[in-house]
Design a protein around this ligand. Structure first.
Ligand SMILES: [Zn+2]
Length: 418
């Protein structure tokens, strides 16, 4: 586990993604591989649950037993089986970490996987066409065969040994092949020029964020609009659902329509978070924000809508990503009393969620969220040297796969979602 962590923390994961159009028999082979991956993962997890105290070595050994015992497991490339074990190990470590840190709420006891959508290879079991690098052959006994990589990004610039993982991912609109590349982003980009500006950011209810300069970034229109569309598609789907019976063709059609819509919306939102984060990092040297436990907050119904919606955690990840990439500081400060304290005189001014303006005895008057943002900035400046955790290090690889970045990328390039 340790080396895994270090690997993720040390290098940025650049994921290049290509659409592929497998033929029907290839689809079957891919689905077989995905199913096998899930099978291994669940079996290994079951083994760990039944034999608590078993470590990494035992789990890998059990994987070897599985390969000897089941022909369809043996057909999947051995390193691809290992990645399934690694996923189990990661969820176990995460669970123990949460327990150790006595994280509030659920600790995330590892779960069996029901709807796996991807299979992950390491450096074997596949081969890129050495000439064009536009085709990939999967050469294990699952017989997926050759797939054409559709997409404009060129693998040609990378050394084959930079490709650390290859994944096949199923989404609502088809299959994708991802290449996980090990690159140090600082080698590929120049840091942004120094701006001598610092900013505090507060995620409120009314807007996407409020900053310490008094700027309120509105939640984009399409958030609400797409939400309505999603709800409509979801209702149509539920109407066609028949309890306790096999589902109709129309139901499955509606289900797929909903899934595709969902994919589109999440891509749109991701793109938005990325763009805003980029411009914040570009125009500041230091960005301070609250170290929010978003999961805990989503439980609070009132707050839930704006936070989950506005994709705050993705936004934060992008801030930290761009901050690291372009040599800017990002500071996560403890969120206590940021909206209550007067940023002018330091006195606590109690106010409810509905009080939109901060009014203090000292004569200071400001939008409540802007006041909070100023407090965050002040906290941030007083704790510099102790900068925010670099988010990607903690992201499981299945999530990292969702982050699509190009070589020396600009924000305008396409991005993707889960
Ligand atoms: Zn005051």
């Amino acid at each position: 586990m340790v080396e895994f962590r270090q690997w993720f923390a040390k290098y940025q994961m650049f994921v290049l993604e290509y659409k592929v159009k497998p033929k029907p028999q290839q689809v079957q082979a891919i689905e077989e591989a995905i199913k096998t991956h899930q099978f291994v993962r669940n079996k290994v997890l079951r083994y760990w649950m039944d034999n608590r105290g078993q470590g990494k070595a035992e789990l890998f050994r059990y994987n070897t037993d599985l390969r000897a015992g089941y022909e369809f497991v043996e057909e999947l490339n051995s390193h691809a089986c290992q990645t399934a074990v690694e996923r189990v190990l990661r969820s176990i470590t995460k669970f123990f970490d949460n327990c150790k840190k006595s994280k509030p709420g659920k600790k995330g006891y590892p779960k069996f996987q029901k709807h796996n959508r991807s299979v992950e290879y390491k450096t074997s079991g596949w081969k890129l066409d050495p000439q064009t690098k536009k085709h990939i052959d999967f050469i294990d006994k699952k017989n997926i065969g050759r797939l054409k990589l559709i997409g404009s990004r060129d693998l040609y610039y990378f050394q084959p040994e930079q490709i650390k993982r290859v994944r096949i991912v199923r989404r609502a609109d088809g299959y994708y092949v991802q290449f996980v590349l090990k690159l140090d982003p600082k080698d590929t980009v120049k840091p942004f020029p120094v701006t001598q500006k610092c900013i505090g950011i507060y995620v409120g209810l009314k807007e996407f964020y409020a900053d310490s300069n008094g700027h309120l970034e509105p939640i984009p229109q399409f958030y609400r609009k797409s939400e309505r569309q999603l709800n409509r598609a979801n209702r149509k789907k539920s109407k066609k659902y028949r309890k306790g019976q096999p589902q109709s063709k129309n139901y499955h059609k509606a289900r797929m329509r909903y899934a595709r819509k969902h994919l589109k919306v999440s891509r749109q939102r991701e793109e938005y978070c990325k763009r805003v984060a980029y411009s914040v990092i570009q125009s500041n040297d230091l960005v301070a924000y609250e170290d929010l436990n978003v999961r805990g907050m989503i439980k609070n119904r009132k707050l839930a809508k704006s936070i989950s919606d506005a994709g705050w955690s993705r936004f934060r990840q992008w801030l930290e990503y761009f901050g690291d990439k372009y040599g800017k500081a990002t500071v996560a400060v403890p969120p206590h009393y940021t909206s209550q304290i007067c940023s002018h005189c330091g006195v606590k001014v109690q106010k409810s969620l509905s009080t939109r303006t901060h009014v203090c005895q000292c004569g200071y008057r400001e939008d409540r969220d802007v006041n909070a943002a100023i407090n965050i900035l002040q906290k941030g400046l007083s704790t510099v040297g102790h900068t925010g955790t670099y988010a990607w290090g903690e992201t499981p690889s299945s999530l990292v796969g969702a982050i699509l970045l190009g070589y020396g990328d600009s924000v305008n390039q396409e991005s993707s979602s889960l």
